[in-house]
Design a protein around this ligand. Structure first.
Ligand SMILES: [Zn+2]
Length: 289
């Protein structure tokens, strides 16, 4: 599932390739995404220029002309492909490979741009969605209205989190997964953040010590920044190669490493797995307090 760094890299790829292009035509192959694709809304984008692509949490917001905004969530398997004027296909992030044969049947919405360039929304499992808003109403979208601070922004800081957890008996892992507390941290990154912060995922939030809150803030920023940098660098040349590079599961210290040796050199325990609120949770009994 694409998380914040993956989506940020999509945003940066799109910024490099589709800004100031005009939508000439929209071809809808399948309307059954998480929410029904709005045919009329999409038809209003024809003839308009894509002026900006932004990211908020795991959402992409396309500014189209002065009047329209297109909100996209990639769900579990959503991805954008870019087709250049020579019909070369490119990926826009690092969480998937190109598969020329199989991809096509999952191309759900195709935006035909100037000079025969195309932007393709592809989604195997169809948990993603595309919604069209007027520019004045996008901030009132139910998806964006209740989001907490962006983890890479300054308002995600020690004082904010300290205040937020006062009196909260919920587990710290659930708090960090809650989009009202901080937006865009998914399961993988929360596992990693808590490992580096040396805090057990099932600690009650209200019991955290100041130095632990500091570490959670510090490592959430650090991990996300590193992942964006790493992910961005793997597709910097916008290679259409089906390379093996790019997945950085190999860099995860705790996620998916059940029964493997703890990544801390001076620890000889193995990583444990448990389920918290239906989500796989990994931790080291010794390194995390
Ligand atoms: Zn350990």
């Amino acid at each position: 599932m694409p998380e914040l760094p993956e989506v940020e890299v999509v945003k940066r790829s799109l910024e490099r390739n589709i800004l100031n292009l005009v939508i000439k035509k929209v071809k809808i192959n399948d309307t059954n995404l998480r929410y029904k694709v709005d045919k009329i809304g999409l038809s209003k984008l024809i003839g308009k220029k894509i002026t900006k692509v932004r990211r908020r949490s795991k959402f992409l917001i396309f500014e189209i002309g002065k009047t329209y905004r297109m909100l996209v969530h990639l769900g579990m398997t959503g991805k954008f492909f870019f087709i250049d004027k020579n019909d070369n296909k490119f990926k826009t992030s690092f969480y998937y490979f190109l598969n020329y044969k199989k991809d096509q049947k999952h191309d759900r919405v195709i935006f035909i741009l100037n000079k025969k360039q195309k932007l393709i929304y592809n989604d195997v499992r169809k948990f993603g969605f595309i919604k069209i808003y007027s520019s004045s109403l996008i901030t009132k979208s139910q998806h964006l209205m209740h989001l907490g601070p962006e983890p890479l922004e300054k308002n995600w800081n020690f004082l904010y989190l300290k205040k937020y957890i006062i009196g909260k008996k919920r587990l710290i892992k659930n708090i960090l997964m809650d989009q009202k507390c901080v937006s865009g941290l998914g399961n993988i990154y929360v596992n990693e953040i808590l490992f580096l912060s040396e805090v057990k995922p099932f600690r009650k939030a209200t019991k955290l010590k100041n130095f632990e809150i500091e570490k959670i803030i510090k490592f959430s920023k650090k991990i996300l920044k590193n992942s964006i940098k790493l992910g961005g660098s793997t597709i910097k040349d916008f290679s259409s190669e089906n390379g093996k590079k790019g997945f950085f599961q190999q860099y995860f210290k705790v996620y998916g490493r059940e029964n493997q040796k703890c990544s801390n050199a001076d620890c000889n325990l193995t990583i444990k797995r448990m389920v918290i609120s239906n989500r796989a949770t990994f931790f080291c009994k010794k390194c995390q307090k």
